[in-house]
Design a protein. Structure first.
Length: 89
């Protein structure tokens, strides 16, 4: 799978969350738990995946077009997401 992202958004993500969107290629997509992010109308289908990166649970927001995953946000999972993952996956 090809990983794409906006370079400006990557710089913002690094400042805000301390992790580069480049790391989405290392995110364990096969073992991740996915759900559609319908918290607002983005004009496109967005997904949130909870999965592991460097043995730590992370949250990856992305869209997908064919074989290309466009990373929007990547960060360590918060306490609520950790609880959700433990209880449901």
């Amino acid at each position: 799978m090809e990983i794409a992202f906006d370079l400006t958004k990557d710089a913002i993500n690094v400042r805000k969350h301390g992790v580069s969107l480049r790391r989405a290629k290392d995110f364990d997509l096969d073992a991740a738990a996915y759900k559609i992010d319908d918290s607002q109308d983005y004009g496109e289908v967005r997904y949130r995946a909870l999965g592991f990166l460097d043995a730590r649970l992370h949250s990856l927001m992305f869209t997908q077009d064919g074989d290309t995953l466009r990373a929007i946000s990547l960060r360590k999972a918060d306490k609520d997401e950790e609880k959700e993952y433990r209880e449901n996956y």
